[in-house]
Design a protein around this ligand. Structure first.
Ligand code: B12
Length: 212
């Protein structure tokens, strides 16, 4: 199949014009925003594999990152369509220290806001002490960490440790997600939940706050 024929390939080949066309086509054909996003994610993973195999280079990753941001902007109103009347709780969210990947984290934030959570988005490369300060200030029920680099596992572990040492551990449920995260990381770092997708994170926050 040629790269222009499907969304997965168009994303993996960083073909911006074709990606946006196919996203609109799929939405027009009734495919849900969550499914469109999932196919784009698979394309991004494939692009990452090609990068790891030396078949494409950093500028391709950067360009694809920009394309995904456009896709996320296009999908945002659809992901936000369920508006709750009252706040369902607060989530503090960030990409861990030394990790600047933020596309997935932003999608998690958009979806949480869309279903009525307040989200305190700390951004990228967030040091453990910033998570702790935000917990003290905003009193969230849930803390979410995004991690895409295996070299940043230690940042996840350090963040959980800092939360424990600050005395806030019992007050918050901690979730971890992102392409480098796994159930094993959750267990080793002492997080409460590993979410493979943004939807999993939203479900977890709902369960924690008893608003699912
Ligand atoms: C785009 C990209 C970049 C862009 C990021 C742009 C941006 N603004 O984010 C740029 C060019 C900056 C970049 C840089 C680098 N990257 Co990069 N990048 C990627 C790529 C191709 C896609 C990531 C992405 O956005 N995916 C789409 C989003 C939507 O998916 P996602 O983040 O996984 O999020 C979904 C879920 O995981 C979940 N989720 C995410 N966070 C959370 C949090 C919670 C709490 C929950 C519940 C769920 C959740 O929800 C989302 C939707 O369902 C990946 C490939 C891959 N396999 O992921 C490599 C990849 C992550 N990068 C990699 C590398 C090596 C790098 C660099 C070190 C390259 C270099 N030599 O400089 C730098 C590191 C920069 C740094 N310090 O962070 C490697 C990491 C390898 C590893 N195992 O550690 C990967 C896997 C590529 C590869 N196969 O080699 N990268």
């Amino acid at each position: 199949m040629s790269e222009s024929d499907n969304l997965f390939e168009a994303v993996a080949a960083a073909r911006e014009d074709r990606v946006m066309e196919l996203v609109r086509e799929q939405l027009g054909a009734g495919v849900s925003a969550v499914d469109v996003l999932a196919e784009c994610n698979r394309g991004m993973v494939e692009l990452g594999n090609r990068f790891a195999a030396g078949e494409c280079f950093l500028p391709d990753l950067m360009f694809a990152g920009m394309i995904m941001k456009s896709v996320a902007t296009e999908l945002q109103p659809l992901l936000e369509k369920v508006q709750a009347a009252a706040s369902r709780g607060t989530v503090v969210l960030g990409s861990v220290q030394h990790d600047v990947h933020d596309i997935g984290k932003d999608i998690v934030a958009t979806m949480l806001r869309g279903v009525g959570f307040e989200v305190v988005d700390l951004g990228v490369d967030v040091p453990p002490e910033k998570f702790v300060e935000a917990i003290a200030e905003h009193k969230p029920q849930v803390v979410g960490m995004s991690v895409l680099l295996t070299t940043c596992f230690k940042s996840v572990i350090a963040t959980v440790k800092a939360i424990e040492e600050s005395g806030h551990r019992q007050a918050v449920s901690i979730m971890v997600g992102g392409a480098a995260a796994s159930d094993l990381l959750r267990e080793n770092a002492g997080c409460d939940f590993y979410g493979k997708t943004a939807v999993d994170g939203v479900k977890f926050a709902g369960n924690v706050t008893g608003t699912a």
